[in-house]
Each structure stands twice: as C-alpha cells, then as structure tokens.
Design a protein around this ligand. Structure first.
Ligand SMILES: *Cc1c(COP(=O)(O)O)cnc(C)c1O
Length: 378
C-alpha cells in the first residue's frame, strides 16, 4: 500500500501529462513561458485571487511573501509551534525572529487565543515589532482566519497564509490561499496539488505587490531584463512542472478533491469510536494533505505504527518535534515557555495513508487493523 499513491495518479493522467510535457520539449522553452503563464492564470482563478506568481518551491514562496511585506531585522513573526520546519525557518532566514504559538488540539492549527497572548507579550517586552503572522493550513484544513484577522487588525499585523498543505481547502465558498494578505503554496509531489519536482506559488490581490513579486523572483528584474532594479532571488517554476500541473489541476478540481474527502469521511466513520479523529469545524472543508489520528498515549502511537508496518501499511509521524524543540531555534526560544498542546500532539499523532485513489479494500484494511490493535491493547 502507498502512503500517497502518485503512481496510480500518473497511470490515470499519463496521456494528458505526457502530451503536455512533450509540447514543452518540442518548443524547448524550459523556464517560464506560455505554460507557466497559463498555469498562473488558472491557479489564480481557482483560488479566487487576482494574481498568482509561480516560483521555485513553497519555502521560497514564504520568503517572497516576507520580502514583499518588508519583514526583516527588528520584526517578529508569529508561527504555529506545530508545523513543517519551513514555516518558521523562513522567518529567521529573512532576519526576523519567529515567535512560536501553541496550537488547537482538535484542528492542529494556530490557537487564536494563544496568538493574542503572544502578541501582547512581545509588545510588553518592547524589543521586537510584531510584523506578521504565518498561519498554516495544517494537514489540509484552513486555519481560523475569522479570529486571526480580528487579532491581526487589532495589532496591525499582516497575515501570510502558508497553504502548502491547504491548497483546495475552503471556509464557506472561499478557497485556501486567499485568506491572508498574501497566500503561498507548495507543489512538492506529496502535497494536495503536487508536481514532479519542486514548485510553489504566491497569491496576492494587490497589483503593486504582484509586480514586485514578478520582479524579485527573477533577480529583481526591471521593465527591461537588462536593468535590475532591486536585489532579488532566482526562484522560478520550470515549464515542465507547469505542464505536469495543468492536467493535475483539472483532475484535482473535477474529482480528486471529492475522492480524497470520501476516503477521509470513510476513515472517520469507521474510526471515530476508537481513536480521536481529525475535526473539520462547521463551514470548513479540508483538502486532506494528511489524515491524522491521535492516540491517547505516546507508547501506544509507536506500537500502533509498528503493528501497521508489520502488515505493510505505511504511516507517518507529522510532526515528531514541535518548532520550539528544534535545535536550530534554540537561540530564539525562551526555555521557560510552554507549548503543552504541540508537545502532546508530537507524541500522539499518526498520519494514515490517504489520497484520491485509496481503494475501499485498503481503507478497510487500515481501519480494521487499527480497531483490532485498540481492542487488544494492554
Ligand atoms: C511543504 C511545506 C512547506 C515548504 O514547501 P517546499 O515546496 O517543500 O519548499 C512550507 N510549509 C508547510 C506547512 C509545508 O508543509
């Protein structure tokens, strides 16, 4: 069984993907060009945002967002304590200081009450200027932007939506990557919408910021490419990756998002009486980058993972180490600060195989084994 079945997906989309890639090869335009422009237009329309700027990967997309908002030395940026390393890494990379915030036990996303406390604390200390919050849509579920927006407005913070795992998620009819002042995503192969290498994108409504981003990701180019008007970076999407993403976006919209939601709903139906299943609040819609259960104790999670592995069922631990425990952040974390929920989650979470092509047979195998394990657990 595959954790995320990219081989099956390719089998189904092979004709379209191969045809798109072959066009790129025939035209020998490998960086940027028509395919990338077409993809940017389609992604922006899908998300419901005026501009999409494709770039090299999801980490660069976050760095570009921080640059566009002018976040750097002397600023702090609030980041959930339970997320992939890059969400915090980019803040230090930009010269600012990440301030980690504990998360919500049910949704895994940043806890708005803890966020407000953290902002007040930084203001009281008076050393750093609160610049932005990077809200992460963890495991496919959008963060609570209604509450986050209120706090951001109250304290003059910008919101960056890290939608690397959230692409395709919704709150009401509004799509992920549209909730912040700037939204970002990643097309790393295993993300909800993945390409066949590295890729990412930034989403923004503001025309001026969009123009800045188009420039800064190509060495700070000016109107003429021989006049560089600022220091930028080299972060572009390959045309071949755009060729892969065009048919994949079509499939994602037409059926994949529905299929992965059916798989998740089936897990929830079968597992909700035996383990803590992921919560999707009323009005929210997840794109299920991960389906993550919580076991009541540390040892139990590890034993379940081992038990599943013995039956050839892959599972993953996202995340083993919260941000405040990462060695690289030792210098910026106050050792007295507590993150009880993120610490608990890191010991209790287990992500199960989930993707649009999960068969009923495989879903039954996974759930039946978990039920068996729990009922025999001593
Ligand atoms: C994957 C991921 C990123 C980084 O994306 P890359 O394309 O791998 O650079 C950032 N944030 C989150 C939450 C992610 O899951």
């Amino acid at each position: 069984m595959e954790f995320r079945d990219l081989k099956e997906q390719y089998k189904r989309l092979k004709n379209e993907i191969d045809a798109e890639i072959s066009q790129v090869l025939d035209n020998a335009a490998f960086i940027g060009g028509k395919k990338v422009a077409e993809l940017e237009k389609k992604l922006a329309a899908y998300v419901g945002i005026k501009h999409c700027i494709a770039c090299g990967n999801g980490t660069d997309a976050l760095t570009l967002a921080l640059m566009a908002l002018g976040i750097g030395k002397g600023d702090c940026v609030f980041v959930p304590d339970f997320t992939f390393f890059a969400s915090g890494e980019v803040v230090s990379y930009a010269g600012a200081v990440p301030v980690f915030v504990d998360v919500d036990r049910d949704t895994f996303n940043i806890n708005p009450e803890r966020l407000e406390e953290a902002v007040k604390k930084v203001l009281e200390e008076g050393k750093l200027k609160p610049g932005a919050v990077i809200a992460v849509d963890l495991f496919g579920l959008p963060a609570d932007y209604e509450k986050i927006r209120k706090i951001a407005d109250k304290f003059g913070l910008k919101i960056i939506e890290d939608g690397a795992q959230g692409f395709g998620g919704k709150i009401g009819e509004k799509r992920a990557c549209s909730f912040g002042d700037i939204g970002t995503t990643s097309f790393f192969p295993a993300k909800p919408l993945g390409c066949y290498g590295d890729g990412g994108a930034v989403f923004v409504d503001d025309d001026g910021i969009a123009e800045y981003l188009h420039s800064v990701c190509v060495h700070g180019k000016g109107r003429s490419k021989y006049d560089n008007i600022r220091i930028g970076m080299n972060s572009r999407l390959d045309a071949i990756q755009a060729a892969v993403l065009l048919p994949k976006l079509r499939a994602f919209e037409e059926y994949e998002l529905d299929l992965v939601n059916q798989a998740a709903a089936y897990y929830t139906e079968k597992l909700s009486s035996v383990v803590k299943v992921p919560v999707v609040p009323e009005g929210f819609f997840s794109s299920w980058a991960q389906y993550t259960i919580q076991l009541p104790e540390d040892g139990m999670r590890d034993r379940l993972q081992q038990f599943l592995k013995e039956q050839d069922i892959p599972s993953m631990i996202y995340y083993q180490k919260p941000m405040h425990r990462q060695t690289a952040f030792e210098a910026v974390v106050n050792p007295e600060e507590c993150f009880p929920v993120a610490d608990d989650l890191s010991k209790m979470v287990l992500s199960l195989p989930v993707h649009p092509y999960l068969t009923m047979e495989d879903a039954d195998k996974v759930t039946d084994l978990i039920i068996k394990f729990i009922s025999n657990y001593k």
